[in-house]
Write a protein that binds this ligand. Sequence first.
Ligand code: THU
Length: 132
Amino acid sequence: MSDVNALFEAARAVREKAYAPYSNFLVGAALRTPDGNVFTGCNVENASYPVSVCAEGGAVSAMIAAGQRQIAEAVVIGDAALCTPCGMCRQRLKEFGTDDLIVHVADLNGIRRSFTIDELLPAAFELEDKKD
Ligand code: THU
């Protein structure tokens, strides 16, 4: 299985674990670090809606908790044709993305579109001394 297919399968599997009783919109995210580690997350909603966490947020937290800081490739999967990351998650991914981070957007049948992080978030806000 190629790297991107493995990432797709990881995102599809974690999507099944999502807790989304309010929107009924399940999302999974899988991130690959430059050295090949994979971290996953799913959306977790809350009765107080703004408390909810996106799938990408969960995956980034898992990566950081494991001591990793860089994302080379990501897959986000929803059940709609094009579940592109929300604005907040674009900023989240940018913070830890390599310069050439690719974000693949998938539905249940496979990857539908692929974007560079700069396509998703042009002219991003960044601080010089981030990351280390
Ligand atoms: N959601 C994500 O988890 N990631 C995205 O990229 C888009 C939206 C979640 C948030 C909420 O739980 C549900 O999808 C509906 O908006």
